[in-house]
Design a protein around this ligand. Sequence first.
Ligand SMILES: NC(=O)c1ccc[n+]([C@@H]2O[C@H](COP(=O)([O-])OP(=O)(O)OC[C@H]3O[C@@H](n4cnc5c(N)ncnc54)[C@H](OP(=O)(O)O)[C@@H]3O)[C@@H](O)[C@H]2O)c1
Length: 319
Amino acid sequence: MKLILPDRIAEAVEPRIAAAVPDCAIVHVDQKGAPDGDLADAEVLLRWWMSEEALGRILATAPKLRWLHTPSAGVDHVLLPEVLARDIIVTNSSGSNAIPIAEFVLMLMLGHAKRVRELAVLTPENAWEQAPKLRLDEIYERTALIIGLGHIGQEIARRAVAFGMRVLGSRRHPRPTPNVERVVGADGWRDLLPEADYVVIAAPLTNATRGMFDAAAFARMKRDAYFINIARGEIVETEALIAALRDGRIAGAALDALPQEPLPPDHPLWSAPNVWITPHICWSSPRMRDRVIDIFLENLRRYRAGEPLINVVDKAAGY
Ligand SMILES: NC(=O)c1ccc[n+]([C@@H]2O[C@H](COP(=O)([O-])OP(=O)(O)OC[C@H]3O[C@@H](n4cnc5c(N)ncnc54)[C@H](OP(=O)(O)O)[C@@H]3O)[C@@H](O)[C@H]2O)c1
């Protein structure tokens, strides 16, 4: 069996591959997808963060590729036409980043309730003068609506409940979900919007979710509700979000996933009121890389043993 391994991750993965699957041959590729050996008979690709062009280059030179693993949870940038057309199994690392992202979302909800951004910029000159104007809130007994109750959504729900929040949620296949009082299907979340103090997007970007959070959705939110997107910018209609912020239709928004990344400095989102933009960083944690490698190595063992893989992506559904 031959594995294609990006050289930037080789040092961390290669010693562990030797222990898991001793007869695995390895060809390295650089960030542009250029190999240091022959890819013609390569079966497996561990994609590390690389451009679509680099991935396309590897696919074009590896006709026997059977399985592609990505370190990300989202696969919208991996399901290229060639990946969809060919008989390639795609697995992702969903779950590896659920904990840091859920912590980040709680930070955003608390940050909004406790007005952290305003507190952080108080100065010695104005702190006590400003204090009476800063009315802080609680998240206790507030309602969070989580759209997407997978690995990330469920970790958010667990933490929200620990803070005494009520959690509602939506998933494509609705079923009882721990810590979630009410679970609805992919079309049901709109009816729950009027109840939510916090709306969190934690669904994948697919044909069904692209642009789904539109003006009609913002119109159904409470005026003092807070909108959080840690999934993908394209799930939200940017114009509708900007209008909702400008019109005071919602209290504010925290966006770690943007319609363009990097978000250009002149993009109107930067100047929209009450918006907190972070640069796609909610996943960041020193434990992420090892969790991704653990998932990949478990799958490599399974692949070698002919067992079903974990974290298999449904290419038709797009996640
Ligand atoms: N900002 C970042 O750094 C970052 C990092 C990691 C991930 N993400 C994004 O977060 C997404 C979720 O990650 P995850 O690991 O939680 O994925 P996951 O475990 O696959 O969960 C996805 C969830 O979304 C639900 N879903 C799918 N289509 C839906 C729809 N139309 N309406 C409502 N719910 C829908 C699924 O429903 P079922 O349970 O019924 O299948 C599932 O509950 C990723 O796809 C990625 O885009 C962003």
